[in-house]
Design a protein around this ligand. Structure first.
Ligand SMILES: [Zn+2]
Length: 95
């Protein structure tokens, strides 16, 4: 396994958040409503948002004490490929 620190630029936005209201988050790219998933039951404030319309993924960090939510767009294929190439992993031979 290759491990290396990489600097990635993530697009982030901050939204108001109320623990009492249903979570409604729009995709930054296409403005569609995100499907919200909770991958870790032990961390209910950390959610994953996926956009069915354009395929974007977001990390949603809800901060009830600050009444806000930080929405970070996760890297796309091109950025993942770029990260992989910096790690020295190229496309599979003959692929
Ligand atoms: Zn979208």
């Amino acid at each position: 396994m290759l491990k290396k620190n990489l600097n990635l630029t993530l697009t982030a936005s901050r939204h108001t958040f109320s623990p009492d209201s249903p979570l409604m988050v729009a995709c930054v790219d296409c403005k569609s409503g995100l499907d919200v998933h909770q991958p870790d039951m032990a961390q209910p404030e950390r959610l994953l948002g996926t956009c069915e319309q354009c395929g974007a993924w977001y990390l949603l960090a809800c901060r009830a004490d600050r009444r806000d939510m930080v929405v970070m767009r996760l890297p796309e294929e091109a950025e993942i490929a770029e990260a992989a190439s910096r790690l020295g992993i190229g496309p599979a031979p003959g692929g």
